[in-house]
Design a protein around this ligand. Structure first.
Ligand SMILES: C[S@@+](CC[C@H](N)C(=O)[O-])C[C@H]1O[C@@H](n2cnc3c(N)ncnc32)[C@H](O)[C@@H]1O
Length: 371
């Protein structure tokens, strides 16, 4: 049955009825009766790749909107016990229509509840939280209801507070000071992860960060729970602060707090490389080229917190910026260096700043000789 004011789109291998007027970029707001943002197809692709690599028994799409994500899991992965929930009855009409359209009644059911009520009664192997704005209001319920060693997938679109535009709001929401800096998106992502880790610690649980990234206008994290107080303590030991000197672009991170620090934030790994090598960008995804590009970036991304922008180093040294490939090559002759998914013009490296600056000067001069 076709819903009034809806159109049919194909996302991945899944047919979806969505409101004719829907978002196609930015954080998105509800334009029609129910929310659907076509730009988030990439985010949903990643969750399909994730669940193909790490299947679970039961999965909850807790804020499902049209059901796009849950129904894609039902059609495109092997997960067979899927719940698509939304507290808005209009959304649930779309979810039901989309379950029927794809003939996945046996694998996916719809519910119409506030997710916090549902999670007080039922546990799941995977819980996906995809709100408008900040997920903070739902994290305690999700951390309590995710099964032993289960998975939490969380989107946050409140990038402005997390990345330093509104540090007081970040403090109120996440209990952490955010900071404007060239690597503000990475520190924002790490504040979000750190917040979930601290919520989990209250329940004597830790978590392993399997995948976390920034794209378009949002942060997204996939965590696997680890059980017990010792696991929680191990995670808390990986929390710290970062300080950035805007005059020089130098940053330092660690356990020390000063009144110029951002944090507390997660200083542990952002990705699990075994998972990344098991994830595959197959041709049936909606945004296969973009998925391939991001997989490659994440796989090669060095597990070092924060990064240097090519332009920042060039203006600090007062010399022209070298080509990225040349700079990476020269840094890799001495230490380790990689691109980062946070910015196409930045590098991550394990080298101390003195080495970076002298290699940078060398790369800049050799760039000029070859121009
Ligand atoms: C950003 S939309 C979800 C988009 C959807 N996941 C997708 O991929 O298209 C957020 C949804 O959460 C629902 N929502 C908001 N608060 C909720 C709550 N407390 N419990 C359940 N659903 C909620 C809204 O009705 C809305 O449909």
């Amino acid at each position: 049955m076709s819903l009034p004011g809806s159109i049919e789109v194909l996302e991945g291998r899944t047919r979806l009825q969505v409101p004719h007027n829907h978002s196609s970029g930015g954080p998105g707001k509800r334009i029609g009766r129910v929310f659907y943002n076509s730009q988030m197809a990439f985010n949903r692709d990643i969750s399909v790749m994730f669940l193909r690599a790490r299947p679970v028994r039961s999965a909850l799409d807790a804020m499902a909107g049209t059901g796009a994500r849950a129904i894609r899991w039902a059609v495109e992965t092997d997960v067979s016990d899927i719940t698509a929930n939304d507290r808005d009855p209009n959304a649930v009409e779309y979810i039901r229509a989309n379950i029927d359209l794809n003939n996945v009644n046996a694998r996916c059911n719809s519910t119409n509840e506030d997710l916090r009520c549902m999670l007080a009664r039922r546990a799941f192997d995977m819980i996906d939280i995809d709100p408008f704005g900040s997920p903070v209001h739902y994290i305690p319920a999700a951390v309590q209801a995710v099964k032993r060693r289960g998975l939490l997938a969380i989107t946050a679109t409140d990038t402005a507070p997390l990345a330093g535009t509104y540090p007081k709001k970040s403090m109120r929401r996440y209990g952490a000071v955010s900071m404007r800096s060239p690597f503000g998106h990475e520190s924002g992502l790490r504040i979000l992860i750190g917040h979930v880790m601290r919520e989990a610690a209250k329940e004597d649980r830790g978590a392993r960060c399997l995948l976390s990234f920034y794209a378009d206008h949002y942060f997204r994290i996939y965590l696997q729970m680890e059980e017990g107080g010792a696991a929680a303590d191990r995670c808390l030991k990986q929390m710290g602060y970062v300080e950035n000197d805007p005059a020089t672009g130098y940053f330092t991170y660690g356990l020390e707090y000063s009144n110029r620090s951002a944090g507390p934030l997660w200083l542990g790994p952002l990705h699990d490389h075994e998972l990344l090598s098991d994830m595959e960008a197959t041709n049936d995804l909606s945004e296969v080229r973009r998925c391939e590009k991001y997989l490659e970036l994440w796989r090669s991304e060095l597990d070092m917190p924060f990064f240097y922008e090519n332009d920042e180093l060039s203006s600090f040294l007062g010399i022209s910026p070298p080509r990225m490939d040349l700079l990476l090559e020269k840094l890799n002759e001495v230490g380790k260096a990689s691109k980062t998914h946070f910015s196409p013009t930045a590098i991550k490296t394990d080298l101390p700043i003195e080495d970076i600056l002298s290699i940078y000067q060398e790369a800049s001069a050799s760039n000029l000789r070859h121009d």
